[in-house]
Ligand binder design. Structure first.
Ligand code: ADP
Ligand code: MG
Length: 231
């Protein structure tokens, strides 16, 4: 069998709050295959964002192992993690996290700039990405001139700019109405089916989770159960 893209082994993340230890993750074992779409669900505070941040190299485990492709993230250097995030990961957040002073096309260009893609190619690729999310006509608009759904489409285009292996989405439809959220979900599913991207998505919405290949139910920092979907 092909190596899974993600392998988490006995993963924990603890925080000290005053003298109190908070176990945000309390022994998670999980494998995610390449090209798979996994939904993370569970009550608020169950560790979903903590797990997603560990997958994305935004945070480090307290113990256990987290491997993505050929990199063990807990042992990687800070520089390796910076490159890992830039080159292999696309992030999408509930609050869009666009640069307020930059136009839609400039936001999509940001990761390409960090990857030192030349200006002309950068602009061309960013415009193509905006077109693929149906936003070519809004290329020069600033975030405050866009609707929530449009901002999230810019964020999706940005997340795909460096052709990531892994897309990590933390409640990407949480601030959107149902129909708009469905449009965003479809763009993400398209990235999985057309480009073979792996998608791990946190959601509260059972209708969104229902589109995943597997639904991982979390509770108190642990995996409670895993639901397989056959579409
Ligand atoms: P979820 O995304 O499922 O709502 P989180 O992963 O954000 O949950 O949080 C899991 C637990 O870890 C919660 O109890 C939360 O309060 C705690 N936690 C998260 N981040 C921190 C932090 N930086 N410091 C202290 N506790 C934290
Ligand atoms: Mg969260």
């Amino acid at each position: 069998m092909e190596q899974p893209l993600i392998r988490a082994l006995a993963l924990t993340r603890r925080y000290l709050v005053g003298k109190q230890e908070v176990r945000a993750l309390d022994g998670v074992d999980l494998e995610v295959a390449r090209g798979e779409f996994v939904a993370l669900v569970g009550p608020s505070g169950s560790g979903k964002s903590t797990l997603l941040n560990l997958f994305g190299g935004l945070d480090r485990p307290s113990s256990g192992e987290i491997h993505v492709a050929d990199l063990e993230l807990g042992k990687a250097s800070d520089n390796q993690l910076v490159r890992y995030r830039r080159e292999r990961i696309g992030f999408i957040f509930q609050s869009f996290n666009l640069l307020a002073m930059r136009s839609a096309v400039e936001n999509v260009e940001t990761p390409l700039m960090l990857a030192e893609v030349k200006p002309k190619e950068r602009r061309e690729r960013a415009l193509k990405l905006l077109e693929s999310v149906g936003l070519a006509p809004r290329a020069n608009h600033k975030p405050n001139e866009l609707s929530g759904g449009e901002m999230q489409r810019v964020a999706v285009a940005r997340s795909l700019a460096n052709r990531p292996l892994l897309l990590l989405a933390d409640e990407p439809t949480g601030n959107l109405d149902t129909a708009t959220g469905r449009g965003i979900l479809n763009l993400l599913r398209e990235a999985v089916s057309a480009q073979g991207v792996t998608l791990v998505l946190v959601t509260h919405d059972p209708d969104v989770a229902a589109h995943a290949d597997r639904i991982v139910h979390m509770r108190d920092g642990r995996i409670q159960r895993i639901e397989m979907k056959s579409h």
